[in-house]
Each structure stands twice: as C-alpha cells, then as structure tokens.
Design a protein around this ligand. Structure first.
Ligand code: ZN
Ligand code: ZN
Length: 282
C-alpha cells in the first residue's frame, strides 16, 4: 500500500485553511473575535517548521522503522480487520505519548509549544514544535512496527490521527451528543487546552476519548467554569523560535544549576516546572 505518508497533512491543508477562514469570519462578524493575526501567523510558521522537521526525521528514521519490521515475529497483512486494530492500537499509543508529554519534561519541552497560546481556534492545531523528533515522539510508534504492522502504514495512521485532531481545535461545537462518549470532541479538547486547576492534565485523547474514561483523565467542559487557555506560566510570545526553544532553554539552565545527579535528572525527566525562578530549581 503506497501512501505518500508525509504528505497527508499537506494534501488536507486547503480544508484546514477553509475552516480557519470560516471560523475567523464568523467570530469577527459577531464581534466575538478569537483570532489575533500575530498568533495565527506564529502558528502557521510553527506548522511549516514542524512539517519540515518531521519530513527530515522521517527520511532518517524510515530505514530504522523498516528494520524493526524485519524483527517482528510475523508480518501483519493489511485488511479491514487489521487496519481497525492498527487504528485502535495507534490511538492507544497516542494517548500514552500525549499523557507522558504532560508529565515528562523532556517531552513537554516540545509539546508546550502547542499549549502556549492564550487563544484557542482552528489555527491552534498548527501550533506544533520542530523538536518532537528530538523528544522522541516516534519511539511511541515503534511497538506497532515490532508487532508486524507495516511501518509506512503506521506512519500513515499517525498522520490521519493528527489530521482528525485539527477539527477539535475550535470554539465551534460541543460534545457531539452520543458520539462524544467515544470520540474526542471540541468540548473535550478545549478542556485539554485550559489552565484552570480542574482542567489541567485532562483529556489526552487523540481520536477516541475512551482511553481518558478508562484511565481516569476525563473531564467534561463545564459551562459554569469557562476555559482559560494557555499554560500556568506567564509565558507569552508570538515569535516561533521563542515558542519552540524557551522550555529547552529553561531545562538546560536548570540542569546546569542543579548540583546533584538526581537534580539534573529531575530537570530533564521529572514533571514539568511552572515557573522560571530561582526557588523553583531542582
Ligand atoms: Zn497536550
Ligand atoms: Zn490541541
């Protein structure tokens, strides 16, 4: 099955831009603006950097992924059943990748870019980090390749999962009724982007929200407590380079200043730290 995997998100981009234009137009007309051009431009540049980084990483990693396929005890043929199983397993891996990204600082260093805007709209989906390959997002897909799923197909399913997630970055739509019991929705993902105490580290779902319900991280959107978007830090920037590297800079500063091995280890792999100040050092 030949899919130009790295192109799936590019091919879908006209639909993404149309959604952004419609949401922008409607909210401007109603005089309830939720877009700021500097923020959206920053998101767009981050998407371009991210796509470039992912493209290069994929070229470098694909031989390794294909090698993992040769280690699998069997090769899984592609049919409707195995595709469904791959989709389910990949979404499960995505849940744990995303949950780890909020709990392990080395992963948060990349993921924080996605959360560091005070705004929430379709363009927020574009706000991604160039450094995901460095953090090791790809490591979470390797068990699927070792299980015998075709490596290219795994990457294609990852891309489809990410494409779906574009549509939950919006102020439009609630929890999609009955579907919202199983599927990630705009209401569930708005909660994920909020920094209100009760909403932090909730709703890590990619496509299926069943994992959050199973593992105790589900929180519905409560209209009595509107989401405050962004991170608990007072970080604010629309410079894509600052957005990409500021947490990495903090990490390395904390590693340098920590005077024990365990302190350095915590600075790298402990839970993320909220404030940039001396008292907060490991
Ligand atoms: Zn997140
Ligand atoms: Zn998001």
């Amino acid at each position: 099955m030949e899919i130009p995997v790295e192109l799936i998100l590019i091919v879908l981009s006209p639909i993404f831009f149309l959604c952004i234009a419609l949401e922008w137009y409607q909210t401007e007309r109603r005089q309830t603006p939720i877009y700021a051009w500097r923020d959206s431009l920053c998101n767009l540049l981050l998407a371009a950097m991210h796509q470039l980084g992912d493209g290069i990483a994929l070229l470098l990693l694909m031989p390794f992924f294909l090698y993992l396929n040769t280690l699998a005890p069997w090769q899984i043929e592609t049919n409707g059943w195995t595709l469904a199983a791959l989709f389910l397993l990949q979404d499960f891996c995505y849940y744990w990748f995303h949950r780890a990204s909020h709990r392990v600082r080395w992963l948060w260093a990349s993921h924080v870019a996605h959360h560091s805007s005070r705004l929430m709209n379709f363009s927020t989906a574009f706000r991604q980090s160039l450094t995901y390959p460095l953090s090791g997002m790809w490591v979470f897909w390797t068990p699927l390749m070792l299980l015998g799923f075709d490596a290219k197909l795994v990457i294609a399913v990852v891309a489809i999962n990410l494409a779906f997630q574009f549509f939950v970055h919006t102020r439009w739509g609630k929890h999609w009724g009955f579907l919202g019991y199983f599927i990630n929705t705009p209401a569930w993902h708005r909660v994920h982007h909020a920094c209100n105490a009760r909403y932090i580290d909730k709703n890590f779902a990619g496509v299926l929200v069943i994992w959050d319900r199973m593992f105790g991280t589900f929180e519905p959107e409560d209209e009595a407590e509107p989401c405050r978007y962004g991170i608990t830090d007072d970080f604010e920037s629309t410079n894509p380079l600052t957005v990409t590297f500021y947490e990495w800079q903090r990490i390395f500063r904390h590693v340098r200043l920590a005077d024990s091995f365990s302190g350095k280890w915590r600075a790298l792999f402990g839970p993320p730290k909220a404030k940039l100040d001396q008292e907060d050092l490991p």
